[in-house]
Design a protein around this ligand. Structure first.
Ligand code: CAO
Length: 421
């Protein structure tokens, strides 16, 4: 079975997290992703947060599956010649260097277009054009600058960043979408184009509903936020909403049996209007079914604390999994708070390839997250990340068609690092 992106060659100039998540997705769908790394150094994440001495970290291995690695000093004259040949050969160049780094290397978009007019240049930067365009950015900065942190956390407490890497992996996803769109456009136009995603923009796109609420504030308080029922006035900006659900179906995180000892013995519980009567029966409050003070979603909004206290009295008598089983029989949307330990042991996620075990020659077996996107005709086989420079010879010879003699000369120049035995 052929892969969806088979035949597409990606010059992968990415590092850390945002860019590598993008090229990993493309590699999963069959693109040949050639990761270009500094000789002897490579992507900085190879050495960060190591759990085994001198072995590529999980940080690196879990973000660089299905790729090949070539060591190449692109600031060296011979290295630049090799890079030009890579640009001529590849369909897409993906990079997430600090602003201006590609230009400083001598490869502006104008120059790249001259070398290969069909090439798509895909870039991630922290900010788009504007006052901050020259700034370096990491995950949490993007979360803060993109609207997520100001709207995450408890009302009276400090802004919070989330564990989901919406700044890095979220932007990588946006970029992958931009790249396949540009590849499709190239089929008709015959030309490449520049695809840019700023991390601030990617996060703001994911905070769309919070900008919705910002505008609704002009019309009055946000009634589905708990602070409305608690009589706390709203300020000028969308506030932090704790664990309130964003839509018109109020929800909260509630304690379950064992919460005193287990930090994850909680469930999310949504009081979906359509099943309100089922909820009343379940928690033994059938009198609320027809009481005008509780019977409609609007009448309940000022009473959410009382409503959720009553529901929590019930959830505290059940484990989070029992809550899930029982509520789903009544069509009530709930969800257990699952730890990463529980997720990594969940058999259904193993069965679908969302959690995969990967073998690595230096670290042995490890767990990774496989592709969350499933294509029926392009199934993903997750293969291990490359060792630094593992494919240097193969790429110079097979992809760039250098002769053995030329490869020796390139080696002697020092542009591609030490030969791997
Ligand atoms: N050969 C020669 N030089 C190379 C090279 C290679 N193969 N690969 C990289 N380099 C050089 C770059 O050209 C750059 O040189 P200059 O500083 O002289 O221009 C240098 O290595 C460092 O690159 P960098 O500036 O991108 O890296 P950094 O560690 O200083 O900054 C980061 C890292 C992530 C803050 C920055 O790259 C950035 O802001 N990227 C855009 C936003 C982004 O993706 N952030 C997400 C990071 S994950 O949280």
């Amino acid at each position: 079975m052929s892969k969806a992106l088979e035949g597409i060659k990606i010059l992968d100039f990415t590092h850390v997290q945002s860019g590598p998540t993008c090229t990993q997705l493309l590699a999963w769908f069959g693109a040949d992703v050639i990761k270009v790394e500094r000789p002897g150094i490579g992507d900085a994440t190879r050495g960060q947060l190591r759990d085994i001495p001198d072995v590529d970290s999980l940080y690196f291995t879990m973000l660089n599956h299905n790729k090949r690695s070539i060591e190449l000093n692109t600031k060296d004259e011979t290295g630049k010649e090799v890079l030009i040949r890579l640009i001529k050969t590849c369909d897409v160049l993906v990079e997430n260097f600090a602003p201006g780094a590609l230009d400083r290397m001598g490869f502006s978009w104008e120059k790249i277009k001259e070398i290969n007019s069909r090439l798509i240049l895909a870039s991630i930067k922290g900010f788009g054009p504007g006052p901050y365009e020259d700034c370096k950015v990491y995950e949490n900065i993007a979360q803060c600058a993109g609207g997520s942190a100001s709207t995450t956390g408890m009302l009276e407490e400090v802004p919070l960043v989330t564990g989901a890497q919406i700044g890095d992996s979220g932007t990588g996803l946006h970029l992958a979408f931009g790249i396949v769109t540009a590849l499709y456009h190239r089929v008709q136009s015959g030309k490449g184009q520049k695809v840019s995603v700023a991390m601030q923009d990617g996060v703001l796109n994911l905070c769309r509903v919070k900008l919705r609420d910002q505008q609704r504030l002009a019309a009055g308080p946000l009634e589905e936020y708990s602070q409305y029922g608690e009589g706390i006035p709203f300020g000028e900006a969308t506030p932090r909403a704790g664990n309130d659900s964003g839509g018109g179906q109020p929800g909260r995180i509630l304690k379950c049996l064992g919460w005193e000892k287990d930090p994850n013995a909680y469930t999310y519980f949504i009081t979906q209007a359509a099943v309100w009567k089922n909820i009343c029966d379940l928690i033994d409050r059938s009198e609320w079914k027809d009481d005008p003070e509780y019977a409609t979603p609007k009448s309940r909004l000022p009473r959410l604390n009382e409503v959720f206290d009553a529901i929590e009295k019930w959830t505290m008598t059940k484990t989070k999994f029992e809550v899930m089983d029982i509520c789903n029989q009544y069509g009530i949307p709930v969800g257990p708070i699952l730890s990463l330990k529980e997720l990594s042991e969940e058999s259904s996620l193993r069965a679908t390839g969302t959690v995969v075990e990967v073998k690595h020659p230096e670290r042995g077996k490890y767990l990774s997250v496989g592709s969350p996107v499933k294509l029926s005709n392009s199934p993903v086989e997750v293969t291990r990340s490359p060792l630094l420079g593992e494919h240097t010879h193969e790429i110079l010879h097979d992809v760039l068609s250098y002769s053995d003699k030329e490869i020796l000369k390139i080696r002697d120049s020092g542009a591609v690092g030490e030969e791997k035995k």
